[in-house]
Design a protein around this ligand. Structure first.
Ligand SMILES: *Cc1c(COP(=O)(O)O)cnc(C)c1O
Length: 330
């Protein structure tokens, strides 16, 4: 991702574990089925196994430059795992707050990397409250989603790579449609920012991609707001037991920004069921040989429910399947 350092916020030597480039893979059988070019931007191969590595690399690099001596963050699971590895790499102590119900694999990753894990009763919203308390009582840098500007910058690199991979030697090319899973919504927001920037720089032409955000039916606060025409989501109080653990964000802090993002591109917010996620994961594996995480499979599940789309269509697989194989068993 440091190939794009001129449009990233880090000035000095980055804290790096070798993040990208990751493949942009054509999906010929899906393309035939949907009558448009379908490709998968596969961030499974990143350090820690999810695209959270991009945000953590940019975030910890910048935190180190700013001279912060400790960091605290709430996480649904994968962000904590990525930030734990990068904080170990940077030598900056990290505390991660997580709901007790967060995936065991993620808790174990945090502990293995030597970060402090604070488990809280409730949801990620309660973990976020705890992280803010720890930050104000200890002075630790608060790295909650959208509380600092760096992780969205890091996640932007997935899209810079994608536009580069779609293009040729002379120019980048913007996809017609991007379908991305939405928890906090950083990936979706980063996509539009990346598109605006490359057009402004003259690296690509044309309108930004239509951005479709996908949530789980089990936790769909931004979809509900999109459907009712609201400016911001209300917290999701219903149960939220989806296998797509990265999408268990019942009260996204910048849900209004996510809504503005998809609406600005003529996109939409779509909710999918766990059954649809499992079928989509199986289809990607059998038809294209791609083993994806449930959040990435959700993007294909959403594609199935959408009408005609502007191609090429990029499905964003945000992580590797390994942490979730049991949940994905058909
Ligand atoms: C965090 C996460 C998401 C959601 O990403 P946001 O940028 O927070 O919307 C999707 N997939 C996986 C695997 C994640 O870890």
């Amino acid at each position: 991702m440091w190939r794009y350092r001129e449009v990233l916020p880090v000035r000095g030597r980055p804290v790096s574990l070798g993040e990208g480039p990751t493949p942009l893979l054509p999906a010929p059988r899906l393309s035939e089925r949907f009558g448009a070019a379908v490709l998968v931007k596969d961030d499974g191969p990143l350090p820690s196994g999810t695209f959270k590595a991009r945000g953590a690399a940019a975030g910890l690099s910048r935190v180190a430059e700013l001279g912060a001596t400790s960091v605290v963050m709430p996480s649904a699971g994968n962000a904590g795992a990525a930030w734990a590895l990068y904080s170990a790499r940077a030598g900056i102590p990290l505390t991660v707050t997580m709901a007790r119900t967060a995936p065991e694999a993620n808790k174990q990753e945090v502990r293995l990397a030597g970060a402090e894990l604070v488990e809280v009763d409730g949801t990620i919203a309660d973990a976020a409250r705890r992280a803010r308390e720890i930050s104000s009582s200890t002075g630790a840098f608060l790295a909650a989603t959208f509380a600092e500007p760096y992780r969205v910058e890091g996640k932007k690199s997935a899209w810079l790579e994608c536009f580069d991979q779609l293009g040729d030697e002379s120019a980048m090319r913007l996809p017609g449609t991007v379908i991305a899973p939405v928890g906090g919504g950083v990936a979706a927001v980063a996509c539009l920012k990346a598109a605006w920037e490359v057009v402004e720089l003259g690296w690509a032409e044309g309108p930004p991609p239509v951005i479709v955000g996908v949530q789980s039916e089990e936790c769909a606060p931004i979809v509900r707001a999109f459907d009712t025409g609201a400016d911001a989501p209300e917290p999701w109080e219903e149960r939220q037991q989806t296998i797509a653990a990265g999408l268990r964000v019942p009260a996204p802090s910048e849900g209004d920004l996510v809504l503005r993002t998809v609406r600005a591109t003529g996109g939409a917010m779509v909710a999918v069921s766990d059954d649809a996620i499992r079928s989509a994961a199986a289809e990607l594996a059998t038809a294209e040989g791609l083993l994806v995480c449930p959040e990435g499979a959700a993007a294909l599940a959403a594609l199935t429910s959408l009408g005609e789309l502007r191609g090429p269509v990029v499905l964003y697989n945000t992580g590797a399947a390994g942490k979730y194989l049991d949940a994905l068993a058909p």
